[in-house]
Design a protein around this ligand. Structure first.
Ligand code: ZN
Length: 443
């Protein structure tokens, strides 16, 4: 049974969050002190999954292209950047405060406002809406007053302010892109839906610079929409659960010529995990930056198409989308859970077991295989319980293959390789194992 289709309910998110904590994907931030709202820590497996998502993105967006280079800009930039970018003025939300208990809410978040009024017997006593800037302030320096700066509210600006550095130091020519992955911070008033809306999050973004040309830039925008949707599909997200949600002209940011959100059909509703925006010359224009065509000498302000994805959101949706339950194959009352993560995303690629942990020859052979595979792949060792329980434990964290060393292995130099999704078992020569997995992973 696929919980995503058949038993989709509020229970689905509880199952995901419970699995995430139990198996070490995601923990609440500062949990031993009661947690800290809007912050999350990635456990041993979550860290691997996140790293794999970022690697796949980088491989596709940078290594797989001739026209994109990478960048890693600082999280704290001169406050002038945020003034010029318009964030000090425009990165704001209207906020109201409950006069009774001083809790704050977004003025336009009617559901939360009504819920809160119920706590006071259905009556609200609110302040007038006041604008609230979402940038997170930090204080720097040793002399008073300390200098006020900001944790970046988006990673994008780091690319724009380095536009000239990149064109001067590399051989990129328009059209070209600058890719970046990094943390950003928003002083969210109402973080929620697990890691979906957090105060600290990671973005993976491409800024693709094109000539100011209405028709060709629109084509580039459409191309990037398809490239990005395909990327998620290639890594296993069900295409039926993806859609584009175009921003209506009156809803899009004033500078955006076109904007669309790539949305996922999450248990808590259709939710954005990537924005594709045609930002025109707004950003480079704000910073007074221009481009000179090296061949014609023509000078202009390039237009930019942006693809802005959330690493944490992608991770959450990969977890949700890969979660399957098979009640017919569980142990007792518990259904068998299979995380059908794409093998390239799976935290561990292979688990290695000796059939019996008290047979020294089997353990030695299995250790040898484990150490050899570990040179190239993230491999895990398991010798607890019986084979069935070990499969169960590996399925639940998405390990695509389990290798079992049995008595036959000692005679003929082969092992059993068991496939997570089909539960099919095949015999593979021990000396061909690395090659076998590398081939599977390159599919
Ligand atoms: Zn109140």
């Amino acid at each position: 049974m696929d919980v995503n289709k058949e038993t989709l309910s509020l229970g689905a998110m509880e199952k995901i969050t419970s699995l995430a904590k139990r198996r070490g994907f995601i923990f609440q931030g500062s949990e031993i002190y009661g947690g800290y709202q809007g912050f999350w820590d990635y456990g041993p497996l979550g860290t691997e999954l996140k790293k794999n998502i970022k690697n796949e993105w980088w491989k596709s967006m940078v290594y797989g292209r001739e026209d994109v280079v990478g960048l890693d800009a600082a999280i704290i930039m001169s406050p002038v950047v945020w003034d010029k970018s318009g964030h000090l003025k425009n990165f704001v939300e209207p906020l109201i405060e409950c006069k009774t208990c001083h809790k704050r809410f977004k003025a336009d978040d009617e559901a939360s406002v009504q819920r809160h009024e119920k706590e006071h017997g259905g009556k609200g006593n609110w302040t007038e809406p006041k604008t609230f800037n979402n940038l997170t302030e930090v204080l720097l320096g040793t002399t008073e007053p300390k200098e006020k700066a900001y944790l970046r509210g988006e990673i994008t600006q780091g690319v724009f302010v380095n536009f000239k550095n990149v064109t001067d130091s590399t051989r990129v020519k328009i059209p070209f892109g600058i890719a970046q992955i990094g943390k950003a911070f928003r002083n969210e008033i109402t973080p929620g839906n697990f890691t979906f809306r957090s105060r600290e999050f990671e973005q993976m973004e491409l800024e693709y610079f094109v000539k100011p040309d209405e028709k060709r830039s629109k084509e580039s925008f459409e191309d990037w929409k398809e490239i990005r949707k395909k990327w998620y599909e290639d890594l296993g997200i069900d295409g039926k659960k993806l859609r584009f949600h175009d921003h209506e002209p009156d809803k899009r940011a004033h500078y955006a010529r076109y904007a669309t959100d790539l949305e996922y059909d999450a248990p808590f509703g259709w939710s954005e995990f990537e924005g594709i925006h045609h930002r025109g010359d707004f950003d480079l224009g704000n910073h007074g930056l221009k481009y000179t065509d090296p061949e014609t000498g023509e000078e202009y302000t390039p237009w930019v198409i942006e693809t802005s994805g959330g690493v944490d959101r992608a991770l959450l949706f990969f977890l949700i989308d890969s979660y399957f339950e098979d009640p017919s194959a569980g142990s007792g009352q518990v259904a068998r859970v299979i995380l059908k993560l794409h093998p390239r995303l799976a935290p561990y690629k292979v688990a290695v077991f000796p059939l019996l942990k008290n047979k020294l020859e089997l353990v030695e052979k299995a250790r040898e295989i484990y150490k050899t595979l570990k040179k190239d792949l993230n491999v895990v060792w398991d010798d607890r319980g019986n084979i069935g329980k070990r499969y169960f434990a590996q399925d639940e964290i998405g390990t695509p293959w389990c290798v079992t060393v049995d008595f036959e292995s000692l005679d003929d130099g082969t092992v059993t390789v068991r496939d997570r999704d089909s539960a099919k078992q095949t015999r593979v020569d021990i000396d061909k194992l690395t090659n076998f997995f590398q081939t599977e992973l390159s599919k």
